[in-house]
Design a protein around this ligand. Structure first.
Ligand SMILES: O=C(O)[C@H](CCc1ccccc1)CC1(C(=O)N[C@@H](Cc2c[nH]c3ccccc23)C(=O)O)CCCC1
Ligand SMILES: [Ca+2]
Ligand SMILES: [Zn+2]
Length: 317
């Protein structure tokens, strides 16, 4: 594929206008961004389930059609998430070696989900009631791309406690990316694309996991076999701890002093990439996070004290 790098404009899922990088040649405008790593490539599944589908080609480099919105956001938000890992953590793409970022939108019919396939991001359109196109949420895109970071580092097994930690890391960095770009940031997950007819709800709340029926304390963990052993359920335990670490608060009588998003992000990044292993459980997660914080701030630091308090507050001692 040859051509010239260009900057296009378009409207995202929520009708918001944005610019993004494309490649122009005599066929038209491709959703190809050659300015980041080995490139960002966005494809159209055309409501089928074959991936990646067709590389997105537009006629005039203006992406304002309703059908374009899911692709505009998948492409632009992948670029923002790339920039977060590069600029904040000095990581060049999800593998640290500039790996191409491939996304497919319009996957399936009324498909109410999104996923990292093991090699690319995939986004459904939703049924218009439970979800609208899932690439319309920056925290969701960063959630999916963080799975790729996890798979190339800790490689946490996607079940039981290691899977819950895997899931929480994706919710944590999804939220940190949303704050980094000040994109209506909050400690909820998927709020921008979840239940368009219901205001104020979210797929999950990190601030209060019980709002979606998930545990906010280790004593309340799910021990069944559903959801790969509760990976999207027991993530609430770590999500609550992360919320407390960044923002502070008192939970079940345990007080945590805030350290802020940036320090929390640096601690979780170091924990994920230097200490966690495929079968890490919550106990090992606590020890790893304390070690990462110790490396960064010292054993007697306020940051280490807050890490210990945050895990204790959710019953992981
Ligand atoms: O990446 C993930 O963890 C989720 C992908 C899960 C998946 C795994 C394997 C094959 C297909 C799908 C996708 C997201 C998720 O949390 N999904 C949850 C909740 C959910 C979304 N749509 C659903 C439809 C039915 C039931 C649950 C759901 C899940 O799959 O459990 C992440 C952010 C937004 C969607
Ligand atoms: Ca959010
Ligand atoms: Zn996930």
């Amino acid at each position: 594929l040859t051509g010239n790098d260009s900057t296009a404009t378009g409207k995202g899922v929520l009708g918001d206008t944005k610019t993004f990088n494309t490649l122009l040649n005599n066929n038209g405008s491709y959703l190809v961004d050659r300015t980041r790593g080995d490139g960002i490539f966005t494809y159209d599944a055309k409501n089928r389930t074959r991936t990646p589908g067709t590389l997105w080609l537009d006629s005039d480099n203006v992406y304002n059609a309703a059908y374009d919105g899911a692709a505009v956001d998948a492409h632009a938000y992948a670029g923002q998430t790339y920039d977060y890992f590069q600029n904040v953590h000095n990581r060049n793409s999800y593998d640290g070696n500039g790996a191409q970022l491939v996304s497919t939108v319009h996957y399936g019919r009324s498909y109410n989900n999104a996923f990292w396939s093991g090699s690319q991001m995939v986004y459904g359109d939703g049924d218009g009631s439970q979800f609208i196109p899932l690439s319309g949420a920056l925290d969701v895109i960063a959630h999916e791309l963080t799975h790729a970071v996890t798979d190339t580092t800790a490689d946490l097994i996607y079940q039981n406690e290691s899977g819950a930690i895997n899931e929480s890391m994706s919710d944590i960095f999804g939220t940190l990316v949303e704050y980094h770009f000040n994109n209506n940031p909050d400690w909820q997950v998927g709020e921008d694309i979840y239940t368009p007819n219901v205001a104020g709800d979210a797929l999950r709340s990190m601030e209060d996991p019980t709002l979606s029926g998930d545990p906010d304390h280790y004593s309340k963990r799910y021990t069944g076999t559903g959801d790969y052993g509760g990976v999207h359920i027991n993530s609430g335990i770590s999500n609550k701890a992360a919320y407390l670490l960044a923002n502070g608060g008192t939970h079940y009588g345990v007080s945590v002093n805030a350290i802020g998003n940036d320090k929390a992000g640096d601690i979780y990044y170091r924990t994920l990439t230097q200490y966690l292993t495929p079968n890490s459980n919550y106990s090992h997660f606590r020890a790893s996070t304390i070690q990462a914080a110790t490396d960064l701030y010292g054993a007697s630091s306020a940051e280490v004290a807050s890490v210990k308090a945050a895990f204790s507050a959710v019953g992981v001692n």
